[in-house]
Design a protein around this ligand. Structure first.
Ligand SMILES: [Zn+2]
Length: 283
């Protein structure tokens, strides 16, 4: 509960309550849920099936943001629509994970920061620590619990990372995806990634890029292509027709189809790994 009346501020200098936390997307919500543990459950603003680059708050979501003390989010590079909403809430603290100097940032192949940084588990591990530290500052009475939970989260991420690396070893084929979200993942696991068909987050693929990729598919330079859950699969199906390009299952890099909860980060990364492995195991 926020102290709304200035005269009452001295009555609650050290907030002894668990803060109300909002988050942007499922992987961030999962990390916050793991760090909060049994103390609380964060809200999440991305709708099921929603596009992370096009997040716009409904009035009910704006009210939820107004109830929160802390917003944990990737940052304005991922959800520009959330920046204005966040700034309009007085007293709302912001933990923009991508903007922390400890986060390892990559650029898109075409330039500009790639905000899909949760797809590198090393970043997820850093973020669990940042979340634990910030919650401990907001809620000192429970700081030791947040710290312990953050360490446990980091240990789980480390095991997940090793498991994914081992599973992905057979994936030596090159592939394309609908949008250029996967640089963090493919770099972490040494995969051959030809990037996205779309040049930017909110830009549909251009004719010249499609014709380049079609030529690469026809010559066998690219083995596989993956649609994504938020985008029409017809584009990639058309691209593959008349070539040996294998079309894999649709990817969900932000976990928008998952049930939110502490398990969602593990599920997102494992589901993505299994989907990409269909390229190595294709007929
Ligand atoms: Zn994206």
């Amino acid at each position: 509960m926020r102290c709304l009346l200035p005269l009452l501020l001295f009555a609650c200098p050290a907030r002894a309550e668990v803060p109300v936390v909002e988050t942007d997307i499922p992987p961030v919500a999962a990390l916050v849920a793991q760090v909060m543990g049994s103390l609380g459950t964060p809200g999440m603003l991305l709708d099921k099936g929603g596009d992370e680059h096009d997040l716009q708050l409904r009035p009910s979501q704006m009210r939820a943001l107004n109830e929160a003390q802390l917003l944990v989010w990737v940052g304005p590079d991922l959800t520009p629509g959330l920046e204005e909403a966040r700034a309009a809430v007085p007293g709302l603290q912001s933990l923009a994970l991508l903007d922390d100097p400890a986060t390892h940032r990559l650029d898109y192949q075409g330039g500009g920061v790639n905000p899909h940084a949760w797809l590198d588990p090393a970043n997820a591990s850093v973020w669990a620590g940042l979340i634990g530290d910030r919650l401990g500052l907001l809620d000192p009475a429970n700081a030791a619990i947040y710290h312990t939970n953050a360490m446990a989260t980091q240990a789980e991420i480390s095991i997940l990372d090793d498991t994914l690396a081992a599973k992905l070893a057979p994936l030596t084929q090159s592939f394309v995806t609908y949008h250029d979200a996967y640089g963090y993942f493919t770099r972490r696991y040494h995969l051959t990634y030809m990037g996205g068909l779309a040049a930017g987050d909110a830009i549909p693929p251009g004719a010249s890029r499609l014709s380049d990729v079609h030529a690469a598919a026809a010559s066998g330079t690219i083995a596989c292509a993956f649609p994504e859950v938020q985008h029409d699969p017809a584009l990639i199906a058309n691209l593959a027709s008349g070539t040996k390009l294998f079309v894999g299952p649709p990817l969900d890099p932000v976990g928008s189809s998952l049930d939110p909860g502490p398990q969602a980060y593990d599920t997102l990364m494992t589901t993505l790994t299994d989907a990409l492995l269909t390229c190595a195991n294709r007929p």
